[in-house]
Design a binder for this molecule. Structure first.
Ligand code: ADP
Ligand code: MG
Length: 391
């Protein structure tokens, strides 16, 4: 728990993961004058570019995670596919790790996560644990087609999820997913997808940000709009559900609760991320306290910041264009940045690849309609392509 911020020696944070979330978290920690070490297998990772130091090692390297902790007062992580056993060992050795690795262990497995939610009567789409083809066939009979088959671990941006349109798709899908720990889930014909960032402090104070409305393409987030265009009743229901999730897991830090809104206004939890999230990037420019500063405050034992929305916002991801592979170039910056309220983030990933998250921009404006319009104009200019000269 911090009561004063010293510069000598500085308070030290370690972040497992050096991607864009780690980068934005690191920038927020540097704002407070903290020392930041990140661990990532890629030298010069986005977070490594702004941190004091990067340890280059695999996320499964328990020894490297131990070394990382040696130079930290608190350890956190920017994504969930890491070795929770190594983090649990750190915590047992007296090292503060937030959010608690036992929570990560449940959340990083989609099946265990859903079982935990269901046990607390938190609404989720009907699901079944699946280990083989027979169980998958039963799921098809129970839910009808199409239904989702998901790998319980390791999935992100739609990887590890297969939509099963017909019984004949099952053998191929089982080979593709290649695991005995799967989750079959009823297809939800949702009206829209929403998410809420919820922060919880070391002393249990919970604060929820405004609801975001999210659009995905090929299961990858493309655009978030805030505030979500849902009725006050749906927004209130979503907040109750999201805070119930936060209380259930009881973690310290910022969590994202992704939800579906069905045609009759029911709110179902899709999944929970125990960390800041892509759909919360709008908080950097549109909220009193960004999700990244909030994460740093929470894990350091500082009071949570004000989560008020300062203006409507639209966030658009900048993905690597199809057919483009090589050194990344962002085209159209002059035109996009000439528009009012456009805030551009380019993550510092050297290589672009189709659908890779390379950056994002957020537009803030007086009304959501205006922000949507400006975001469409900016998006029409911005393209992430490969540098033809560099290859
Ligand atoms: N049961 C479902 N019904 C309808 N769409 C779904 C369902 N599960 C996932 N999706 C769609 O796929 C996207 C990605 O799925 P999700 O399980 O959140 O995986 P990831 O870990 O890749 O984010 C969701 O945001 C949603 O658009
Ligand atoms: Mg998701």
């Amino acid at each position: 728990m911090l009561t004063r911020i010293k510069q000598k020696p500085p308070f030290r944070i370690a972040v497992v993961g050096g991607g864009q979330l780690g980068k934005m978290m690191t920038s927020a920690a540097k704002q407070f004058g903290f020392h930041v070490t990140v661990l990532d297998p890629t030298p010069g990772s986005p977070a490594g570019q702004v941190a004091d130091r990067q340890i280059v090692a695999a996320f499964t390297d328990g020894e490297a995670i131990r070394r990382l902790a040696l130079e930290a007062d608190v350890v956190t992580y920017e994504f969930e596919h890491i070795d929770s056993v190594a983090l649990i060992a750190l915590e047992e050795g007296g090292q503060p790790v937030h959010p608690a690795p036992q929570i990560l262990r449940v959340i990083q497995n989609k099946r265990k996560q859903k079982e935990a939610l269901l046990k607390e009567n938190i609404p989720v789409a009907p699901f079944l644990a699946v280990q083989d083809q027979t169980a998958a066939r039963s799921a098809g009979q129970l839910f009808g087609y199409p239904f989702f088959l998901k790998a319980s671990t390791g999935g992100y941006d739609g990887k590890g999820n297969v939509l099963i349109a017909h019984e004949n798709d099952l053998p191929g899908a089982l080979v593709e997913l290649g695991s005995a720990d799967l989750l079959a889930e009823q297809f939800v014909p949702f009206a829209c997808e929403i998410s809420m960032m919820v922060a919880r402090s070391i002393d249990g104070v919970v604060r929820s940000y405004q609801l975001s409305e999210n659009e995905h393409q090929d299961s990858i987030l493309r655009r978030s709009m805030v505030p979500a265009r849902v009725s006050p009743a749906v927004a209130a229901r979503a907040q109750t559900v999201a805070e119930k999730v936060m209380t259930l897991f009881g973690g310290v830090g910022v969590f994202c609760v992704e939800m579906f809104v069905t045609l009759d206004g029911t709110v179902l939890v899709n999944e929970v991320a125990p960390r800041p999230h892509n759909s919360g990037h709008y908080t950097i420019e549109a909220c009193m306290t960004s999700q990244f500063e909030q994460q740093v405050r929470a894990i350091s034992g500082l009071p949570l910041g004000d989560v008020s929305l300062l203006s409507p916002a639209v966030m658009v991801n900048l993905l690597g264009e199809e057919g483009q592979q090589g050194c990344a170039v962002l085209e159209g910056c002059l035109e996009a940045l000439a528009l009012p309220g456009v805030h551009l983030h380019f993550y510092g990933k050297i290589k672009t690849a189709p659908k890779r998250k390379m950056g994002h921009f957020t537009v803030t404006a007086a009304t959501l309609d205006e922000a949507i319009q400006l975001a469409e104009e900016a998006a029409a200019h911005l393209r992430v392509v490969a540098d033809k000269e560099e290859g």
